[in-house]
Design a protein around this ligand. Sequence first.
Ligand code: PHE
Length: 452
Amino acid sequence: MASIPKGERDSFGSSIGVIAATAGSAVGLGNIWRFPYVAGENGGGAFLLIYLGFIMAIGFPVMLTEFTIGRRAQKNALGSFKKLAPGKPWYLIGLMGIVAAFLILAFYSTIAGWTLEYLFQAISDGFNGKSAVELKDSFESFQATPFRPVLWQLIFMFLTGYIVFSGVKNGIEKYTKVLMPILLLLIIIISIRSLSLEGAREGLNFLFKPDFSKITWGVVLDALGQAAFSLSIGMGTLITYGSYIKKTNNLSRTAFQVTAIDTFIAILAGIMIFPAVFAFGIDPAEGFGLVFIVLPNIFEQMVGGYYFAILFFILLAIAALTSTVSVLEVVVAYFSEELNLSRKKATIIGSVAISIVGIFATLSFGPLGKLQLLDKTIFAWFDYLSANILLPLGAIFIVLFVGWYLGKKNVIDELSNGGTLKLKMIGVFMFIIKFLAPIAITAVFIYGLGLI
Ligand code: PHE
């Protein structure tokens, strides 16, 4: 492995690498596990529509804004604000991002651990011959045990640390480039199988036929949170990744492509899951366990399902890994650049600290399940707080920072690569980040949290 010369920052090698790594961050359990379960709980079609609206009107502009900050400053999520706004409190946005990274990774690694258990089960042919009810029961008894889920979680955190440890180009970029396309192909194949199940139509209706009577401000806030979570925005992941993007890269194009890929995969995941949900008589509002109960059912019905199951869970684990890596990278880049730790030390300290918090999230499906506040377990709180509160809040401040503090001249300079690229719709973009996005997010917040 070629090491990075002292004093020089690591960076992505190629534009394909940038897309692979950033799409790798965006595409993950957020699309395949979280999107179907949140959409299912919120009534399906109308949720999807609002989600798509947020992706276009807010998600894409925020992603571009984060890239702008990171590439301009060439620093981590917190250091970027310090560099661009010295002596000002804007760096607190970065701090909030670090906190969000801790919470997200803590609960995300629980689910990522489940994917490893399911891979293990797939290999040992554990789904074979089980009815839908039995599959649900075995999922529920697995998640409630204390030992195995924690073990898998720790293994997953170790893998994450290992890749981050290896650096940006030789770790993150190298793996994501090969694995993401295979995942896409596999989801398409499984969707086709799911669509040909008897009763699939009902699932498609659920996903695509909006029923607006289901919409409340709480649902709108969930859609916003899901959009932010899925695109990895609002906590500095894309500031950090942006800082590794070369000055010649076309940021607008990259952000557009990544947004499109992420959205496409979320919808495909819906097409993969919901027909099967209805075909097997599972409740779409099943919650956290939805995909883990539905997928084994589909595999059982597929020719070659044994192999598909194995391949699928390998890839799901990998999709999760390319996301956890991007979350850990936020913490590691911060520790190493701001606190002057070596990458090695920063990775170890970060992963161990997050793993400790994460164990509480995992145990909240079992021994700590009774520990609840307002009907939510520790896990549910980590999930809700990060996606529905911290990420949208981060997004508000990030767009305000670029819109009002960094200003149009800097934005144009950065997005046009110093005047070499022609920019379209820069006026619209500035309008969104100065006014539309911050006002819309604030409004959703106020109503969604029931503050008014
Ligand atoms: N976007 C990732 C996913 O969909 C999760 C994530 C959130 C990653 C926030 C980084 C930051 O799985």
